[in-house]
Write a protein that binds this ligand. Sequence first.
Ligand code: NAD
Ligand code: IPM
Ligand code: MN
Length: 361
Amino acid sequence: MHLKILVTAGDGIGPEVTNEAVAVLKDVSAAHGLTLELDAKRIGGIAIVQDGTPLPKETLTAALDSDAVFLGAVGGNEFNSLPPDKRPEAGLLGLRAALGGFANLRPAFALKELAVNSPLRPEIIDGADILFVRELLGGLYFGQPREWNREKGEAWNTMRYTREEVARVARVAFQLAQKRRKKLTSVDKANVLEVSQLWRATVIEVAAEFPDVTLEHQYVDAMAMHIMNRPRDFDVVLTENLFGDILSDESGVITGSLGMLPSATIGGKVNLYEPIHGSAPDIAGKGLANPLGAILTGALILRHSGGLEAGAAAIETSVRKVLEQGFRTPDLARGNVQDFKVLSTKEMGAKVRETVKELLK
Ligand code: NAD
Ligand code: IPM
Ligand code: MN
């Protein structure tokens, strides 16, 4: 087996966490006879500085020619005054649109090894395992018209979905629910928004194809609370682009840190893999970033693009073992801090590799 991966490490902590994740990926793939063909290209702020655009043609061409794209993160405070279409984030959104993946899978889970590091009580999060299916190519992010009209002192964005866009992502979510605990929660704001009424009506229509899955609906405001109060009650959570962005970051609290959460985007020409966190300018370049979200994203590459479930499982098991032994990056060193051995980004990456090697012996 052979897998061609384009690495777009991006900005801030993006390169720091991606380096560790790629090193783990290489070891695990080699041990399973999977050859990796790795290429690296610029995206985001670094591409603005060096190429004059957040998504250089060369990057896009290489991405479309890959089996999978592995993205670190984009963005930096020095770009904050740029309009949305010129910013580092526009590079990522352009890449998402070009690759075509519309279903962004964001698993949010409580690891028992991390129960003491979450600000939520262990009895609330114990066993929580939510799979967010975030629609990634529609809604406010891509809807037209959009403008900031400075003369009028007015700005507008458009939240827009077609029935087809909702149905295709709903099908992915129902199929995933069938393989899990067979419960799907669709999140919308159908008490206020027409676009959410279309969303809900379409999800109900699609549900008829999946009679074995229990469907419930929640309004997004209430859902933000339910996730914190009773995260164990949710299995697959389906929602639109912006709501999914917000709820998935919130769910980082269940794990203990945003730096733990991976994601995979499927359904298009080329799958896109990225940890859900950003470039974290506040800690960039200091060796403080948690690479485990990126490393777990590597596991998703092996599972969804490499057909290597055993390799994915080896990475996930190694992460748990490292945490079990008390190793933490600073973002997770909450609770009984004296019980933990706090590691830098590189040290944590090395620990996972060491553990993977032991496991694969
Ligand atoms: P962020 O996710 O970068 O950081 C939020 C907080 O979480 C910060 O305090 C940060 O230090 C911490 N954090 C995030 N990842 C961490 C990790 N791996 N280890 C330890 N701590 C971690 O969000 P932000 O600060 O709102 O945004 C910063 C920039 O990142 C912005 O430009 C934003 O647009 C961009 N961003 C990019 C992506 C992406 O490229 N996929 C995702 C989210 C945000
Ligand atoms: C994410 C990020 C992106 C998003 C930004 C950087 C465009 O927040 O991947 O969660 O909003 O989708
Ligand atoms: Mn986000």
